[in-house]
Structures are given as structure tokens and as C-alpha cells.
Design a protein around this ligand. Structure first.
Ligand code: CTP
Length: 131
């Protein structure tokens, strides 16, 4: 049976920290499925729309050679449903979420990967806004 890895994120203004986490997630299995958070979910969570629409963000993440499939993550509370639906064996999250998804360990293995230092979408947007 192929080992399926699932991960989630906004992946707005795609940067090398995003690429690295997806490359490392892909190495943990045979198949990588990525839930890209919906525009509406980001608006609820952060109070603003992403720079790139969910259609654009799905297209970018889905075009990467380490990514096998993408889908829209409509709600943060549905992680267990998405794990079951996509038959995931491993859930990968950035270590900014360390410990937060341990209750899903009965559904699949849960792995937290260290973030790439010194880069984030928020920092890029703030840097450009200050130019
Ligand atoms: N990520 C990472 N290293 C970074 C930035 C993000 O490993 N420097 C990972 C996150 O841990 C997550 C995925 O990339 O697993 C998607 O993160 P996302 O929140 O979309 O990106 P950020 O750059 O953190 O965005 P923001 O600044 O809006 O929080």
C-alpha cells in the first residue's frame, strides 16, 4: 500500500519556506496531498483575504512536482474528515502548531516539521508595503 502524506496551509505569496515544507513532507511517504485553505477560511481566521485567490493558490501548489493532489480546506475543524477521505497515513504540520493536532494520532501518524527560519508571507507583504 502506498503511504499517503497530508498537509494543510494557505500558501499565499508562495515562498521557499512553503517549498521546503512540501519537499520534506513528500519525503515521508509515497504520495503527498495538500489541503489549501479556502479564501473564506482565511477571511474568518485573519480578517483579510489572501493576496492570491484560492484558485491561484491551488494551481501553484498543485503544479509542484512533489505534490500529487490538492483540495480546498473549507474549515480547520474538518482535519479528521480530510484525513479519512484522502486515506492519509501521516499528517504533517509546521512546528508553529506543535502539539495542537495530537488528538488525531488515532487516525494517522502526526509529524511537526520545523519552519524555515526568517521567512513568512506576512513578512514578505510587510516588507513590500514598506518599500
Ligand atoms: N512554513 C514553513 N516555513 C516558513 C513558513 C511556512 O515551514 N518559513 C510552513 C508552515 O509551517 C505550514 C506551511 O508552510 O506548514 C504553510 O504555511 P502558511 O501559514 O501558509 O505560510 P506563512 O508564510 O507562515 O504565512 P503567514 O505569514 O500568513 O502566517
Amino acid at each position: 500500500m502506498p503511504r499517503t502524506v497530508i498537509t494543510f496551509g494557505t500558501f499565499d505569496v508562495f515562498h521557499v519556506g512553503h517549498l521546503r515544507v512540501l519537499e520534506r513532507a513528500a519525503e515521508l511517504g509515497d504520495r503527498l496531498v495538500v489541503g489549501v485553505s479556502a479564501d473564506a477560511l482565511n477571511e474568518r481566521k485573519k480578517g483579510r483575504a489572501p493576496i492570491f485567490t484560492q484558485r491561484e493558490r491551488l494551481a501553484i501548489v498543485g503544479a509542484l512536482k512533489v505534490v500529487d493532489a490538492v483540495f480546498v480546506e473549507e474549515s480547520l475543524e474538518q482535519k479528521r474528515d480530510y484525513i479519512v477521505e484522502h486515506e492519509a497515513d501521516v499528517l504533517v504540520m509546521g512546528d508553529d502548531w506543535a502539539g495542537k493536532f495530537d488528538e488525531l494520532a488515532d487516525a494517522c501518524e502526526v509529524v511537526y516539521l520545523p519552519r524555515t527560519p526568517a521567512i513568512s508571507t506576512t513578512a514578505i507583504i510587510e516588507h513590500i508595503a514598506d518599500l
